[in-house]
Design a protein around this ligand. Structure first.
Ligand SMILES: *[C@@H]1O[C@H](CO)[C@@H](O)[C@H](O)[C@H]1NC(C)=O
Length: 338
């Protein structure tokens, strides 16, 4: 009798858990939880670190804290090399009646990955009290993602100008074992059929049979299902911060002129001393003042942030800008026409 009741109870809880799991992305506060998780983690890490600091002598603490904070920065990283990955999966509430992710649910799921990448790539800007606004969002849907698929949202900087920062997110799934096997078998058949020397190469995902052949593939074989471009503005209060300035203040940089000695946390790029000087002169307040207009009083010849992101970074920025700017300009064309 008792065991019957227990059994019923267990069944009941399992069913409830399964339903909550299936609708994970629509549980109350789940969006907020996913969104703010990286910020909360960062705060918790900082608190733990501060507790640890108490073990050190007083006069050393601020120096050690500064070193810890500096370890958060992308020192010497080229902006276009920075990729932040947000992992999630296709829950039932994200899917339409054919059990594929509904194309309209992508926008909601991008919020969390954009904030995660902002915390990872722009910690100094956030410390200085900056926030990032979303001014436009454009999608290209390439193929469908089935229910329960494991998804990676891969975030990168696409380009920027004096006002806009364009962020590109590729929503990908990793090929399943069955897809890989089919691809390999198909590639083998192809190689046997045509015996030209050019066909002697390893099987790649691009050689999948038509039904499994994705539209776009990442270098690691991940299948791209959706490409999203976000137009974002970096703000301090109501003032717009030029993205290049903010990036340089995080330690992003062009590559080192000496390839055998790349920039890193221990060998920061030359402009980093200017950033450190600002933080030292008055902490977050000083950085806030600098980003929100103080930079304008730096004489033209001493604008170190321009040099920090010149060379190959600048040419890639211009190339990419041609592509992303077109999207925004096209949409803006409809603002005043009917
Ligand atoms: C969503 O986009 C994919 C890829 O273009 C397409 O195959 C699918 O039919 C779209 N879904 C809906 C419901 O329009």
């Amino acid at each position: 009798m008792f065991s019957d009741i227990l059994c019923a109870d267990i069944l009941y809880y399992c069913a409830a858990a399964a339903i909550l799991g299936l609708f994970a992305h629509s549980i109350p506060f789940s969006w907020h939880f996913r969104l703010f998780r990286p910020l909360v983690f960062l705060k918790i890490r900082l608190l733990l670190f501060k507790a640890e600091l108490l073990l050190y002598p007083k006069d050393k603490r601020s120096e050690i804290e500064q070193m810890w904070l500096e370890s958060l920065y992308p020192l010497g990283v080229e902006p276009f090399d920075r990729e932040v990955v947000y992992k999630t999966w296709a829950t039932l509430d994200d899917c339409d009646f054919r059990l594929h992710i509904s194309n309209s649910s992508y926008a909601k799921n991008l919020d969390a990955c954009r904030l995660k990448s902002a915390v990872a790539s722009l910690p100094g800007f956030i410390r200085a009290g900056g926030w990032i606004g979303l001014g436009g969002l454009h999608f290209l849907f390439l193929s469908e993602i089935p229910l329960f698929a494991r998804i990676e949202q891969r975030v990168r900087f696409a380009s920027w100008d004096n006002k806009w920062m364009y962020v590109i997110v590729r929503v990908v799934t990793l090929p399943t074992a069955a897809q890989k096997k089919k691809g390999e078998r198909f590639a083998k058949e192809q190689t046997v059929r045509e015996d030209s020397p050019s066909s002697i190469h390893g099987p790649s995902i691009l050689e999948l049979p038509q039904r499994f052949r994705p539209d776009a593939v990442e270098p690691d074989g991940a299948i791209v299902h959706c490409i999203a471009i976000s137009d974002m503005v970096m703000k301090i209060g109501r003032v717009t911060v030029p993205p290049a300035l903010a990036f340089a203040c995080e330690g992003f940089s062009k590559p080192s002129p000496d390839p055998s000695a790349p920039y890193s946390a221990t060998k920061p790029p030359p402009h980093w001393k200017h950033v450190q000087a600002i933080w030292k002169s008055g902490g977050a307040k000083a950085m806030r003042d600098f980003l929100s207009g103080g930079w304008k009083s730096v004489p033209e010849k001493e604008k170190w942030w321009d040099d920090a992101l010149s060379g190959p970074v600048e040419s890639k920025r211009l190339d990419n800008l041609k592509m992303v700017r077109g999207i925004r300009a096209g949409m803006e064309g409809f603002k005043h026409s009917s």
